[in-house]
Write a protein that binds this ligand. Structure first.
Ligand code: ADP
Ligand code: MG
Ligand code: ZN
Length: 548
């Protein structure tokens, strides 16, 4: 019976996907364009905005997957203005809701918000509006927490439904429904009741998180498995992707960044992302010492100071803002010509979003990652308690370690997008300058050597961080870790780090977290796949890498 149901749902979503939603001959089409221009002051719709609105206006359930900044909000805001009844928007962050309300009020669109910090008067007004068909209120923004806890709201919502005054639900950041997502929110579970409580009321889910596994989970959770799924492209053709090794030595590293800012990015505006507040402050100081006009931005700075930094950067008084990821929401500068990651991001989603702040005006811009293995462990201790934290981080590591693939194809694959060989047009470091020798090396031999060192460490009751493991491999550090038949490698430390990174990603090594009084430390131990490389069997671990 279940199988029959699944088949039917599959057929339904296939049928929906085939339908031409891009048409301009729906009964609302003329009105839609009119409102777009006159109310929203927007000239042209972007990719998938029209299909989404047409489908949701046709009362279909829709999940829209579109990169951040793509324009998802318009897809429920415009239909809300066009419709008589009320659109309920579920959104996880009060700050996001406040931004939207501010924007809508400027356009003279009536919207309100329900959350723990909303004042009593405003809540009362919103509740009344729900059951008053003559009230001009179009949108109600609500947190999932509030919805799950407020019987009063749900009661009014039911009344609105009976009155025919409830138009649709829009669920922003809909991936929060799924446990597989990077920020699962338990309160989103409550949204599972909407479909059965309000039959016939369409649901629009919006997210920038693409994996099919998550989308399928979300569909099940919301009970909209046969819905239309629309995916916008994640490709940003004008962004040039590049990864560089980050010099371990501080002076060399600063000289490199100085050189970039004074030559390649001379006179251009950009952002440098760091992981910690301390790093952001230190790097700002170091760059200023080198005569670079740099501003610093992170969450611990006062709001006034932060907005001053932002405006100086907008006006070009700062060439660059050195920031933590707190610098993100609401950045609206079209001519960001470069985004440098001074430390890798914690997931490909984060990387895509942060680097994507470059080139909003469509002109060529650079997304440069400075990579070192040590930075991975700095982040892993911050994310490992999250269920999929390490998995996400290792995807970034794989992106950095890759010496041959097109960066753009790696990103496309991550977002489950089809990729054609020549789509990059030399807009990444690997396509511009392909490595001539593309051969696979077998690193199983090195893996065995590392295991020998690790065995010795266990015997000596020493725990090995990645750094210490590399040291021991090169016969540096404690002499008790030296294994006589493991010679010092005849390649650079960077290659050694790359091999360790590769073994980590592939489960031959694994991180082992320990708590000290003030911090968490990541040690390395044998991974779940270590059994495959025991003794002198001929198990191969092939790595596409040029040893140097
Ligand atoms: P998302 O939710 O997908 O991250 P938003 O809905 O916040 O994106 O929209 C990002 C920005 O794009 C907003 O400033 C919005 O006004 C603008 N925008 C949306 N659609 C269009 C359009 N068709 N033309 C121009 N700007 C648009
Ligand atoms: Mg959004
Ligand atoms: Zn490429």
């Amino acid at each position: 019976k279940e199988k029959l149901r699944d088949d039917a749902l599959l057929k339904k979503s296939f049928f929906l996907a085939k339908k031409n939603w891009d048409n301009a001959d729906f009964i609302w089409s003329v009105k839609l364009i009119e409102i777009l221009k006159n109310v929203f002051k927007i000239e042209k719709l972007r990719e998938l905005q029209l299909p989404t609105m047409n489908a949701i206006m046709s009362k279909e359930d829709v999940i829209l997957i579109m990169p951040t900044g793509g324009g998802k909000s318009l897809c429920y805001q415009l239909p809300a203005v066009m419709s008589k009844g009320i659109t309920v928007v579920v959104s996880p962050l009060v700050s996001l809701m406040e931004d939207q309300l501010y924007g809508l009020r400027k356009l003279d669109i009536k919207a309100n918000m329900l959350c723990a910090k909303a004042d009593k008067e405003s809540i009362k007004m919103t509740m009344t509006a729900l059951v008053d068909k003559s009230c001009p209120l179009k949108l109600i923004y609500i947190t999932p927490e509030y919805m799950a806890k407020s019987n009063r709201f749900m009661n009014k919502l039911q009344k609105a439904y009976e009155l025919g005054h409830l138009e649709r639900f829009a669920i922003d950041e809909v991936h929060c429904c799924s446990q597989w997502g990077h920020d699962f929110r338990p309160d989103y579970k409550f949204l599972g009741v909407l479909k059965s409580m309000f039959p016939g009321i369409p649901i629009l889910g919006l997210t920038a998180t693409a994996p099919t596994k998550i989308i399928v989970d979300v569909q099940k959770m919301l009970d909209i498995s046969g819905c239309l799924v629309l995916r916008a492209s994640f490709n940003r053709p004008n962004l040039y992707y590049e990864v560089r090794r980050k010099p371990a030595d501080k002076e060399t590293r600063l000289a490199m960044i100085e050189n970039l800012l004074k030559n390649r990015f001379n006179g251009k505006s950009g952002i440098i992302y760091t992981t910690t507040i301390k790093d952001a402050e230190q790097l700002t100081t170091d760059l200023r010492d080198r005569g670079i006009k740099a501003g610093c931005y992170h969450a611990m700075l006062e709001a006034n100071y932060r907005s001053e930094v932002y405006s100086k950067w907008m006006l070009g008084k700062y060439q660059v803002v050195v920031a933590t990821i707190a610098f993100g929401l609401g950045i609206d500068k079209p001519d960001v010509r470069f985004v440098i990651h001074h430390c890798v991001s914690k997931s490909m989603e984060n990387f895509y979003q942060e680097s994507g702040r470059a080139g909003r005006d469509g002109k060529k811009s650079v997304c440069l990652v400075l990579y070192r293995l040590a930075d991975i462990f700095k982040l892993s201790t911050m994310v490992f308690q999250d269920k999929v934290g390490l998995q996400n981080l290792y995807k970034v590591l794989a992106y950095c370690l890759d010496q041959t693939s097109c960066r753009r194809s790696l990103i496309a694959t991550h977002f489950e997008e089809n990729w054609k060989e020549n789509d990059c047009a030399e807009m990444c470091d690997h396509c511009r300058k392909p490595i001539s020798v593309r051969k696979q090396i077998d690193v199983a031999h090195y893996c065995r050597q590392l295991y020998q060192i690790m065995t010795k460490a266990v015997q000596n009751e020493i725990r090995l961080t990645a750094l210490k493991l590399v040291d021991a491999w090169y016969w540096k550090g404690v002499s008790s870790l030296r294994v006589s038949n493991v010679p010092v490698p005849n390649f650079t430390r960077e290659t050694a780090e790359a091999i360790i990174g590769y073994l980590l990603i592939n489960g031959y090594l694994q991180e082992d977290f320990h708590f000290s009084a003030y911090s968490t430390i990541s040690y390395l131990k044998r991974g779940p796949k270590s059994g495959l490389v025991s003794g002198d069997n001929d198990h191969k671990i092939l790595f596409n890498y040029e040893l140097y």
